[in-house]
Design a protein around this ligand. Structure first.
Ligand code: ATP
Length: 595
């Protein structure tokens, strides 16, 4: 039951830096340009402050202290250094705060853009994209971008500036000593790079094993009934124990690598400082060119300022690549235009719509080279009920989806009251056509909320009237809090039969001219079955309907039965006509529908 879940085509976690992506991210900050500009100034100030602080310490030692200027001068100079130090830290507080504010603001906007965009994407997008992928655009990808802005962009600007200024100041004072520092930096960079790649690998292993653990838990919970029924608890526990042991092992490895990296980086930093001391000592003892103590201390600090970003920049570089990969995917999604959008001159069907549906020469394939429906011609008069029957995979749901405009036909046309579906505005389509899917989906919220969602402005009375029209007021009494009963996630707190009837009530409140219904095949007791049938008949009365029918009673009432086989209509007519002649319908009827 428990299966190790791996993603065989995981998406790349990094992408090289791209100027166009950075520019696009920068543009996202335009609505917050005041904050962005403030932050940019703070970045410049902070990049100067740190080297200035190092310089000022050296200047105080070389100046008032070496000269013995007396306590007042020394105290004043020290106060100056202290003030600069306090100002530097105050700037850090604001740098962090503004970066956090800016990051949160743009990610909020980006998430909203992605969410709004996703709402407009057609079914073809959802059927071709894994749900996990869709979710990760809003969650982990946006989060990578946020951390890119908050932790990388402005921090690395400060650090880059700090390195340049520290190098310039060092070069100004002592060019050969700067040469020593620079000569050492590739070693530093290399050690950091090797360690980071090992740490990165270890970290990735931890993440992968963690997602295996969580995916396995999720799957175990989802199938717990089957697990218990088959008494597989011990087997599952063994599998899970193995995963957990693996995860602990990866964690230990990652901690071990991390434990080596920091001391190693610190050691290289200390070696570089020791080098500065050795060079300065050599100068004063051998070359007779002594270096003032203040200069030495200045150099000491400046070297630290020059090297510390090298360590941090590597980590930030990795984060930047992750942010690039996230940004690229998010922008790619945002740039992806739905296959159709309402044209500016989109047409509305005058209400009340009649509900004539005409399908002519329709061909469609999820991949155009593999048609699932071919040469479909159907004429449905207003108020008629059409039942689609056929073997599994014959194309019934696909035909229904095309009438709901979930997909566009590759060729041929569908018209509603004479208006081509393509030209119809989405608002008008939603008003005229409703779909009751087989899953009878309810969203979290009360039963009432689920029902009135069928039509904007619908009220409690509309919901009560709908139950009355469907002749199932009894349902309200059966629900623990009547219409205010919580449906639970995906309607889990109401029974299957109740869920179907609630969906019928929602469809009735929407009162569409054309109803597309995929009859649920879920097993319910015979009384509920009878009640559902009766309600369904009432729902379909005086309404054009296309029903993917599974009940013989529904099919008997149909004005037209379309028998579909491998994407083509192979027989059509009423039940009485078709049942009496040898052919596919009679065959289907005998094998499945009589039950
Ligand atoms: N989203 C999709 N992407 C690609 N192919 C699909 C998709 N949905 C359905 N198909 C394929 O199209 C064909 C028709 O499927 P469809 O769901 O319309 O059949 P159906 O008659 O409704 O079957 P059932 O009675 O089992 O629901 C099948 O071969 C199916 O595999």
């Amino acid at each position: 039951m428990v299966r190790v879940v791996r993603d065989p085509d995981a998406e790349p976690q990094r992408r090289p830096l791209s100027w166009s992506l950075v520019r696009r991210l920068w543009d996202l900050m335009r609505p917050y340009s005041k904050l962005r500009n403030r932050l940019t100034w703070i970045v410049i100030v902070r990049a100067i402050q740190l080297p200035a602080l190092a310089w000022s310490i050296g200047a105080v030692i070389n100046g008032p202290i070496t000269r013995g200027d007396g306590p007042t001068a020394i105290v004043l100079a020290s106060m100056g250094v202290l003030f600069l130090a306090a100002w530097t830290q105050a700037t850090l507080v604001y740098r962090q705060r503004f970066a956090l504010e800016l990051g949160e603001a743009i990610i909020h906007d980006l998430r909203l853009q992605v969410y709004t965009h996703l709402q407009r994407m057609p079914m073809s997008f959802y059927s071709a994209t894994k749900t996990g992928r869709v979710i990760s655009r809003i969650t982990s990808d946006c989060d990578a971008v946020r951390s890119g802005v908050q932790d990388v962009l402005f921090v690395s600007m400060v650090q880059g500036g700090q390195m340049i200024i520290a190098a310039v100041v060092m070069g100004w004072y002592d060019l050969p000593l700067l040469g020593v520092v620079l000569a050492f930096s590739p070693v530093f960079w290399l050690i950091g790079r090797v360690m980071r790649s090992r740490l990165g690998q270890a970290y990735r292993e931890v993440q992968e094993s963690f997602s295996r653990v969580t995916a396995t838990i999720a799957e175990s919970v989802a199938v717990i009934r089957v697990t218990q029924a088959l008494a597989r608890e011990d087997t599952n526990a063994d599998l899970f124990r193995q995963l957990s042991v693996d995860h602990a092992r990866y964690n230990m490895n990652s901690a071990r690598q991390g434990g080596i990296m920091m001391p190693l980086l610190e050691l290289t930093g200390q070696i570089s400082l020791a080098l500065v001391v050795i060079v300065a000592g050599y100068r004063s003892m051998v070359a007779d060119d002594p270096m003032p103590v203040g200069d030495l201390i200045q150099f000491w600090f400046l070297t630290g300022l020059f090297f510390s970003p090298i360590q941090a920049l590597g980590t930030q570089y990795n984060q930047a690549l992750t942010a690039m990969a996230g940004a690229e995917r998010v922008f790619e999604l945002l740039d992806r235009q739905p296959e159709w959008e309402d044209a500016p001159d989109a047409v509305e069907i005058p209400l009340p719509a009649r509900g004539n549906v005409r399908i002519e020469g329709l061909t469609f394939g999820y991949q155009p080279e593999r048609p699932v429906l071919r040469d479909i011609d159907v004429n449905i008069q207003a108020g008629q009920m059409v039942a689609l029957v056929g073997e599994t995979g014959s194309g019934k749901s696909t035909l229904a989806s095309l009438v709901a405009r979930y997909y566009l036909p590759d060729s041929g046309s569908i018209t509603l009251d004479g208006v081509p579906l393509r030209q119809l505005s989405s608002r008008s389509l939603a008003r005229v056509v409703s779909v009751v899917p087989q899953q009878n989906f309810l969203f979290s919220g009360s039963v009432l909320e689920n029902i009135i969602a069928g039509r904007p402005g619908a009220t409690r009375k509309d919901a009560l009237d709908a139950f009355e029209s469907l002749d199932c007021q009894w349902l309200i009494d059966d629900l623990p809090d009547g219409l205010d009963t919580e449906a639970g996630p995906r309607g889990a707190r109401v029974s299957l039969g109740q869920r179907q009837l609630i969906c019928f009530a929602r469809a009735l409140v929407a009162d569409p001219a054309v109803l597309i219904l995929d009859e649920a095949t879920s097993a319910v007791d015979s009384l509920t079955e009878l009640r559902i049938q009766r309600s369904l008949e009432r729902l379909l009365t005086d309404r054009t309907s296309i029903v993917i029918a599974h009940r013989l009673s529904t099919i008997r009432n149909a004005d037209q039965i379309l028998v579909i086989d491998q994407g083509q209509i192979i027989q059509r007519g009423r039940h009485d006509e078709l049942a009496g002649i040898a052919g596919p319908y009679q065959d289907l009827n005998r094998r499945f529908l009589q039950k």
